[in-house]
Design a protein. Structure first.
Length: 373
């Protein structure tokens, strides 16, 4: 009975397509039978046939390539959902997908390396250092509906300890962006000890994710509603950064402008893997497609980036939604930020730049100058 079922299936697939047992396939693919059973359970590599009588698994030799690919992708840490997508692609598309994934891994590894350096420095000096708040900020913030949108789904906040920008999307976008920032406002009134900064940022990111999920729960298609979030918190001479999506944070230091956040977007992943240039990304039709956001399903992707940076007197920071960064290039941003006599002037000039470029989206920006107290 079993032999007839296997033979008939093999004949249906054409010459040379006879199925093999899991043991034989393990030898062909150089994987253990245990690993193959695990991949089947995970839905990554189901056998070509499972005998309905005894449950034995049979594989098509043509599955060897997919089996080896699954094994290697698991070894580099690729998530299961992403592996399912990759193994369904042809070779060229699969290579591009792996390249994009690894570029993002390296970017996230760099961010974790910075955090590790901060922790090492913090713990090495913890017993002898007393943290005193020596720096403060002057700040201004503004949001504008723009020239095309009928409603404004951007939200912005600026205070003595906290700066935040959020760009909502979907039916519940306005509520999502507002909820994300409101969840961070408990951080605004007081200073946070430097040693607690990372824990505080992590907790704040979790609160923001929960707040967004609750805010869009009653909206139409809540899973399609959400927000980006980019926020900074000051404490002593250091600042903490929480970031998810494609809103951005920039630093103007010594007359040079640096982008200090990494977009969680499709076009950024293509830039990272070398398949797209910065210039091409500026006008790419899918530049608004995000890979990580706060949404009705909770954080999409691996959650917000959390970072800690040193602040210096004279630094000028800009946080903005893509309603500004998508239509105004870095050179113009640097020119306006360097020339403005204060945060309020800078914010007004930046909004005017977006309007001059057509303001096709809502615009939100916050500017802060670091000053000695």
């Amino acid at each position: 009975m079993r032999r007839r079922a296997v033979t008939e299936y093999g004949q249906g697939r054409g010459p040379g397509a006879a199925l093999v047992t899991i043991g034989a396939f393990a030898r062909l693919s150089r994987l253990s039978a245990k690993a193959l059973r695990r991949y089947d359970e995970l839905g990554l590599l189901p056998p070509a046939l499972v005998d309905p009588v005894n449950g034995y698994r049979y594989y098509d030799p043509a599955q060897v390539r997919a089996a080896r690919l699954v094994a290697w992708l698991r070894r580099i840490g690729m998530p299961l959902a992403r592996i399912r997508e990759v193994i369904a692609l042809d070779s060229g598309a699969a290579a591009a997908a792996i390249r994009a994934y690894w570029a993002r891994v390296e970017a996230e590894t760099a961010a974790r390396r910075d955090l590790a350096a901060f922790l090492i420095d913090q713990l090495s000096t913890e017993d002898v250092m007393t943290t005193v708040g020596t720096l403060g900020i002057r700040y201004a913030a503004r949001t504008d509906t723009g020239a095309v949108r009928e409603t404004n789904q951007d939200a912005v906040y600026a205070g003595a300890r906290l700066l935040a920008v959020a760009d909502g999307f979907g039916a519940g976008g306005a509520g999502a962006s507002t909820a994300a920032i409101e969840a961070l406002k408990p951080l605004a009134p007081g200073a946070v000890p430097a040693g607690e900064l990372l824990n505080t940022l992590h907790d704040a990111a979790e609160r923001a994710a929960l707040a967004v999920r609750d805010a869009v729960a009653g909206s139409e298609a809540p899973e399609e509603s959400g927000t980006t979030l980019t926020a900074m918190m000051w404490t002593g001479s250091r600042l903490g950064l929480v970031h998810i999506g494609d809103s951005r944070a920039y630093l103007l230091r010594g007359g040079e402008l640096f982008r200090i956040t990494h977009d969680h977007s499709l076009v950024q992943s293509m830039i990272d893997d070398g398949s797209l240039t910065e210039e091409e990304a500026f006008s790419h039709p899918q530049r608004a497609m995000l890979l990580k956001v706060l949404s009705g399903d909770g954080p999409y992707g691996s959650g917000p980036d959390v970072d800690v940076r040193d602040a210096l007197p004279g630094d000028r920071y800009l946080l903005c939604s893509d309603g500004l960064s998508a239509v105004v290039d870095g050179g113009e941003l640097a020119r306006v930020l360097a020339g403005a006599d204060g945060p309020s002037t800078a914010v007004g000039a930046l909004i005017e730049l977006a309007e001059a470029a057509g303001a096709p989206d809502n615009v939100a920006c916050a500017v802060a100058d670091v000053v000695e107290l």
